[in-house]
Design a binder for this molecule. Structure first.
Ligand code: NAD
Ligand code: DAU
Length: 350
């Protein structure tokens, strides 16, 4: 039975990837390594935690000695690396946390892979999950392709860009079998409510202001998280060593149009008069260095590996709202404690 290490499996995307691999690949043993930061939550995997081909290990990828020992004892066949500090606003307040986890943590995993897979790199795969934010910001036209130049603007995207470069350098220098995918904004269940969509859902249900940065004109390309997990499955199994794939939904929305659609859906689901949620929209001070537009060209993935997004945005957003309204315990749990402090710091003087 092949043993696959998935890092960051207790987070938003990681939990969907872990669930997909446990259920679609009973031939693998899945080990989920996660530090359980504020963003990691074992409740995200409650439905699959007792499966016989799954195990959770709590640990920090920044701890090189721990990672090295873990690889020695567990003898992983491959790695799918998602663990990261992932929120742009937090990277503006605490850049060093992002350097440590996203850069040093990734290099620790690369070093452990190199050491423990020596002489047989072809049989093992290091899959690094990255973001479209490494490419910087688009103007009104154009799409990010796999050959777009890197041009990160936030400490988060700079740290992810750096980790991508390290992964490629280990392929080119040492012959490690690596793959990278760069994905656009994900949405769906179990998304931590510091990010735009779950934050807005949580605020609307509580009749709190919906903070929209600047004029709300920035554009993001939204993808259903389960479509991303499926793309990761396909790329992990079919991509050539050393290759890169862009993953995206061909689904661009300005933030303000997205929020208006969400308000409309929430009014219907909560039986509120049409237009009542929109009254909560509040324009606040813009994010520093705010990228204007992200949009992904995922033709390479569609043509070479036959992947395509499965859900229309309106349907996916409706399902997402349903999940949050049915899981208010989850929301209340993750927004208690430190979240209140974070929210105060982040939004009080905007
Ligand atoms: P998330 O913040 O929800 O989850 C990150 C997980 O990593 C958490 O479970 C956390 O506990 C864990 N973690 C953090 N630091 C760790 C450490 N030092 N050691 C071990 N575990 C640690 O993030 P997400 O949105 O699920 O993103 C997952 C990955 O996908 C990231 O690499 C991110 O850059 C990338 N990505 C995210 C998106 C998106 O829209 N969310 C889009 C493209 C790519
Ligand atoms: O593009 C992929 C990236 O998408 C991932 O790599 C990141 O991990 C993920 O967090 C996400 O980054 P964004 O910065 O695009 O996502 P966020 O949800 O933070 O913001 C989406 C847009 O909404 C962005 O233009 C900023 C704006 N925004 C965000 C928040 C939290 C607001 O207007 N108000 C808010 O309160």
């Amino acid at each position: 039975m092949k043993k696959i290490l998935i890092t960051g499996g207790a987070g938003f995307i990681g939990s969907h990837v872990v669930r997909r691999f446990i259920t679609s690949h009973p031939e693998y043993h899945i080990v989920n390594l996660d530090k359980l930061t504020y963003a990691g939550n074992l409740l995200n995997l409650k439905d699959v935690e007792h499966k016989p081909n799954y195990r959770f290990i709590k640990g920090d990828i920044v701890d090189a000695a721990f990672i090295d020992q873990l690889f020695k004892t567990e003898k992983f066949d491959s790695v799918i690396h998602l663990a990261a500090e992932s929120h742009v606003d937090r990277s503006i307040s605490n850049p060093l946390d992002f350097v440590m986890t996203n850069v040093v943590g990734t290099v620790n995993l690369l070093n452990a892979s190199l050491k423990n897979w020596k002489g047989a790199y072809g049989e093992h795969r290091f899959y690094h999950v990255s973001t479209d934010e490494v490419y910087g910001s688009l103007g009104e036209k154009g799409l990010f392709t796999e050959t777009s130049a890197y041009d990160p603007h936030s400490p988060y995207s700079a740290s992810k860009a750096s980790s991508d470069h390290f992964v490629r350098s280990y392929q080119d220098t040492y012959g490690l079998n690596t793959v990278i995918s760069n994905c656009s904004n994900n949405y769906g269940s179990h998304h931590f409510p510091e990010k735009l969509i779950p934050l807005a859902i949580n605020n609307i249900r509580q009749n709190n202001p919906i903070p929209v940065y600047g004029k709300g004109e920035n554009i993001r390309d939204w993808l259903w998280v389960e479509d991303h997990a499926r793309a990761i499955d396909v790329i992990f199994h079919q991509a050539k060593a050393g290759s890169t794939f862009n993953v995206g939904g061909h689904n661009e929305w300005t933030n303000i149009d997205l929020i208006r659609l969400l308000c409309h859906i929430m009014d219907l689901k909560l039986n509120r008069p049409e237009g009542s949620s929109e009254k909560l929209i509040t324009y606040v001070t813009d994010r520093a260095g705010h990228d204007l537009r992200y949009a992904i060209d995922s033709n390479k993935l569609q043509k070479e590996l036959g992947w395509a997004p499965s859900l229309q945005f309106e349907e996916g957003l409706g399902k997402t709202v349903d999940w949050y309204l049915a899981n208010t315990d989850w929301l209340n749990n993750v927004t208690s404690g430190n979240y209140q402090f974070y929210y105060q710091e982040q939004y009080s003087d905007r």
